[in-house]
Design a protein around this ligand. Structure first.
Ligand SMILES: Cc1cc2nc3c(=O)[nH]c(=O)nc-3n(C[C@H](O)[C@H](O)[C@H](O)COP(=O)(O)O)c2cc1C
Length: 377
């Protein structure tokens, strides 16, 4: 860990530690992965305006996202099945790191550990769900999130049809997993991962176990994703959920306005990390449009391509209140469990601290377009 300096280093470490199909489950995205790359590359194109000789000796990085205190303007983004990165307990490991660091952790409904298990380990967490065909199941999740003391519910709206994860097809990943010599070989080269996986919680969507009419197999749960969802359903969810509500997946000015009309507290500009609609615009490029559509009626977060503290500051300069960290934390989790996520967060905090100081800010919440470099015409 001492020689790890950036999230890119953690990604390489995760590649060394995880079986190739598991690494590619995290690192890959839909079809040709154009959006996955664009999310990162469009951040890289933005440059700061370096400012000097300002007193930046005392600096603050903390903020609130939807009323929740955060040590830096970030929360952990929900990621399905990430428990399997670390002996079936990956969500709990990541949630512990987030808690110790002082940012919210979002547990996805598609997690390996249940909402109740994670809450027992670390206290209340944010919870994420998708709209499901069986509205009784949605009501059940809302009731469980209330009982678990979750202050924030994230509704993901980007996964109503599923993009093909090309790397999974190339690995021949299937259900049940093919027990061919070449597939098994991808795992035997990572004995520590296998050892943890054999001792840990079996991989399944345990939040659904015993709660569906049919057996909660992975295909049965995915089949529950409701592609007929409309803003009326969001209004209904708003009416039954008393806490803060974030809609994750708004990349369009008009959708941002409709989300606010439906009464949500915040949106996250998100294309699901490029995991479904390939060739959609990068999230950072759509952020200004969404900020305009929200028009101050709620908060705007962003996820997709955030790999550094610099990226957080760029998103804030363009109007985001903060970000959700997806792969940035998963690379840490795959590399070294809780310790790896803690490392990812430390890297990002240090980068953010340096970046605010050298753009002339003393508080991260002062970020505005003023700190961005604009070439003269
Ligand atoms: C392996 C993996 C699983 C994910 N699972 C979910 C999920 O269950 N629910 C959800 O809302 N988003 C999910 N996402 C999307 C993330 O929450 C987030 O939007 C995305 O990772 C942001 O892009 P980035 O990781 O490139 O920064 C997942 C992402 C990855 C990489």
């Amino acid at each position: 860990m001492d020689k790890i300096a950036t999230i890119a280093d953690l990604r390489e470490e995760a590649r060394r530690k995880l079986p190739a199909p598991i690494f590619d489950f995290v690192d890959g995205a839909a079809f040709s992965e154009v959006t996955l790359r664009a999310n990162v590359q469009d951040f890289e194109k933005i440059r700061f305006r370096q400012r000097v000789v300002k007193d930046v000796s005392v600096r603050s990085l903390s903020t609130e996202l939807v009323g929740q205190p955060c040590a830096i303007p970030a929360a952990i983004s929900p990621t399905g099945l990430s428990g399997m990165l670390w002996g079936g307990n990956g969500e709990i490991a990541a949630a512990r790191a987030a808690k110790a660091f002082g940012i919210p952790f979002t547990l996805g409904m598609m997690s390996v550990s249940t909402l109740e298990e994670v809450t027992k380990a670390v206290g209340p967490v944010w919870f994420q769900m998708c709209m499901l065909k069986d509205r009784g199941l949605v009501q059940d999740f809302v009731d469980r999130a209330k009982a678990a003391g979750s202050p924030v519910l994230i509704l993901t709206v980007t996964w109503v049809v599923s993009g093909l994860q090309s790397r999974m097809t190339r690995h021949g990943v299937d259900l049940p997993p093919p027990l061919t010599p070449s597939f098994i070989a991808k795992f035997v080269t990572r004995p520590m991962w296998v050892w943890r996986a054999l001792r840990g919680k079996p991989v399944a969507f345990h939040n659904f176990t015993g709660r569906m009419q049919e057996e909660a197999t992975i295909p049965a749960v995915i089949n529950q994703l409701d592609s007929s969802v409309t803003w009326k359903d969001i209004e209904w969810l708003r009416s039954i959920w008393p806490g803060k509500l974030i809609v994750k997946g708004v990349c369009d000015r008009e959708d941002a306005r409709l989300a606010m009309d439906a009464g949500v507290d915040a949106v996250s500009v998100s294309n699901h990390g490029g995991n479904h609609l390939d060739s959609s615009a990068s999230t950072i490029s759509m952020l200004p449009d969404v900020v305009e559509g929200v028009d101050g009626r709620g908060e705007v977060l962003l996820d997709g391509g955030v790999r550094s503290g610099q990226d957080i500051l760029k998103a804030m300069a363009l109007g985001a209140k903060g970000v959700l960290l997806g792969r940035a934390h998963l690379y840490g989790l795959g590399a070294a469990g809780q310790r790896g996520v803690a490392k990812a967060l430390d890297i990002i905090r240090n980068e953010l601290d340096v970046s605010i100081g050298l753009t002339g800010l003393t508080d991260v919440n002062q970020a505005s377009p003023e700190i961005l470099f604009k070439a003269r015409d």
